[in-house]
Design a protein around this ligand. Sequence first.
Ligand SMILES: NC(=O)c1ccc[n+]([C@@H]2O[C@H](COP(=O)([O-])OP(=O)(O)OC[C@H]3O[C@@H](n4cnc5c(N)ncnc54)[C@H](OP(=O)(O)O)[C@@H]3O)[C@@H](O)[C@H]2O)c1
Length: 510
Amino acid sequence: MADSKKSASAAHVRRGDDCVMVIFGATGDLTKRLLMPAIYNLAKAKLLPEKFALIGFSNIEESSDSYRDEITSELSQYATAKVVDPKIWDRVAKNIQYTSGDFKDPAAFIHLKEMLAEIDKQIGTPGNYLFYLATSPVFFGEIVKQLANAGLTTEPEHRWRRVIIEKPFGRDLESAKALNREIGTHLEESQIFRIDHYLGKETVQNLMVFRFGNGIFEPIWNRRYVEFVQVTAAETVGVELRGGYYDTAGALRDMVPNHMLTLLSMTAMEPPTSFDSEAVRDEKAKVMHAIRPPKKEDVARDAVRGQYGAGTVAGKPRAAYRSEPNVDPKSNTETYAAVRLFIDNWRWADVPFYLRTGKSMAKRVTEIAIQFRRPPFLMFRDTSVESMVPNLLVIHIEPDQGISLRFSAKIPGPVVSLGNVDMNFKYSEYFHATAATGYETLLWDCMLGDTTLFQRADMVDAGWRAIEPVLDVWGEQKAADFPNYVAGSWGPAAADELLHRDGHAWRKIE
Ligand SMILES: NC(=O)c1ccc[n+]([C@@H]2O[C@H](COP(=O)([O-])OP(=O)(O)OC[C@H]3O[C@@H](n4cnc5c(N)ncnc54)[C@H](OP(=O)(O)O)[C@@H]3O)[C@@H](O)[C@H]2O)c1
């Protein structure tokens, strides 16, 4: 980490640097559902800067007063806390302003610059600006260019200018590289914070502590002991109102190069030499570069795509994907993707990493399951035990955060027979963790200049490179069997086949 801000002693935890945050896309879905609740949570935790102001920037015409009223009423709907404490929120809200403008209009950025200078004068913020690009990706390059042209990206001495960029970062390797080049002409890498909100989740961060802060796991965390790893990110929701975007992206693009490979890299990385952000990011990048992209001719064997047809999810009827709003009725876009990947390094050679993600699935769950090799049967051969179940370690990320370990135990009685038991650690039971959006840590880190949990340009490239052949083949060849899974199920039958061929099976998640 950049400094000791995260020391165990709460008294020493530092607030974010005094700054003004500008949200581009301030009237959008992300802002109201996640960013504002996260800002409230930071204020409640006393991590928001002493001097803090926020400017909302969007194309809707409205006054600062009406914007403030709007987000205040939305906050009561979306806050993770049961009740919003008006004393805490009012202190934040009084320094919120709004400006309407088009992302392509230079005059709007000159006006923004004047507003920033005025706020600095009024409340004493020192000229540190955090620009949050909560917009469609088509505007990322444009907004950075406009900021630069308005003179808002150059960092005066002892002042910072940082830009948080939402996902998706590009739609393939080439466009991600082009975007990196484009923003790189205006910003230093240290100013760019490419967000992957999975990294804001407590359990994902805990993965490093679990692996490297405990002596007993690291010696067995390798190909000698691990049979395979499964990463699941299943959603019960369909595309809802995001059909327009989703139909041009699909499950693979939307989830795998970013979120799922982030989970994979946290699971598979080598121990960094320190908690320093570059040391951690170096190790994550190294393992991502070591992922062997499947050959184009192997895509049919190593990847499975699916699209949901009509079904029932959580007891309610769900229309087929092709009947959702803003979706092409003949759409070839996948709403489910599963891939088998290998990491070409000494620790993981030949260990399959199976990733699956989908919409309108049976259950909302994100987890990493590490299955260990079966112990030798030897001592049980003259007993009634017929088979032995391997140990399984599951890192639960959503909806309940925790870690569980499955092992065999003797069922009480005179006959030797084995049962499987789970040792369960639930965050909520041990730490009484307060509900959060996942964006709190990331916003706070950005205010402190800590890049550990953000994607570096080379990591983004490595993520796209790993799945590029699958994107190419799926783009070139139409799926012959869409829709091929029923909404509310665990995906297409071919995804089961992907593992059966290796003698494995997807974990049944109840
Ligand atoms: N929503 C989520 O839960 C979520 C989660 C993770 C990541 N993200 C990412 O966050 C980003 C934003 O998503 P979102 O769902 O919040 O999108 P959104 O609801 O469409 O919000 C975009 C905002 O930008 C405004 N806007 C559009 N064109 C503009 C222009 N030319 N000039 C000025 N303002 C303009 C929109 O105003 P109008 O509505 O008036 O056009 C709207 O307020 C995306 O990159 C998305 O992938 C979203």
